[in-house]
Design a binder for this molecule. Structure first.
Ligand code: NI
Length: 200
């Protein structure tokens, strides 16, 4: 193998490694680094789910408004509540303009997160927070569209005996449903509010 070929092979191997890293499931509550920083149509897409009032909704029902979407579950001890808290605080900071944004929690745990369970949970974070659940197939499809990793794992400390390892990301989607930006549960309230103000 001559030098040039070797260099090409090395570059290909490096790229392959990066791609593999980007798609492999990571540790608990990981933050994916594979996401684009600018608005590319790589994340998001159609979904059909059931809201916390028991009504079937699709992504199209949210058109014309921004969506701030967090994937998590109501039995999550700390990370999900942090994510929902910063989302809610950022909306409060925005003031009246926040009316153009629908905050949404999509559960990764449809087994425990029934519409009833979601209803009592979402109201404790924000009066307009929409909780979405669905059949395991509907949830899997939504996770796939948003490239969110969620895996059921044994947890003897939980009364149900299991918990979820999952990506902790907050997605900002535009009025047409396209990806705009993403944050994590650790992003500051100020930073999220600033980015929202810029997008609205
Ligand atoms: Ni969580």
């Amino acid at each position: 193998m001559n030098f040039r070929l070797a260099a090409v092979a090395l570059a290909a191997a490096l790229l392959g490694g990066m791609v593999a890293l980007a798609v492999l499931p990571g540790p608990r509550e990981q933050v994916s680094r594979a996401l684009p920083s600018a608005g590319q149509a790589l994340v998001g897409g159609p979904f059909t789910l059931v809201d916390h009032t028991g009504k079937t909704v699709t992504d199209k029902d949210f058109r014309g408004r921004f969506m701030l979407i967090y994937f998590g579950f109501t039995n999550c001890p700390d990370v999900c509540p942090s994510g929902l808290q910063v989302m809610s605080a950022a909306l409060d900071k925005l003031g009246a303009k926040a009316d153009q944004v629908t905050p949404i929690l999509i559960t990764v745990d449809p087994e425990r997160d029934t519409p009833e369970q979601l209803a009592s949970y979402v109201s404790s974070f924000h009066p307009r927070l929409v909780g979405l659940t669905g059949s395991p197939e509907q949830i899997t499809a939504a996770l796939k569209a948003y490239r969110v990793y969620a895996k059921k794992v044994e947890d003897p400390k939980s009364s149900a005996g299991y918990t979820y390892d999952h990506t902790s990301l907050i997605f900002l989607m535009g009025r047409n449903g396209d990806y705009v930006a993403h944050f994590t549960h650790a992003t500051s309230v100020e930073r999220i509010a600033e980015r929202l103000a810029q997008a609205l």
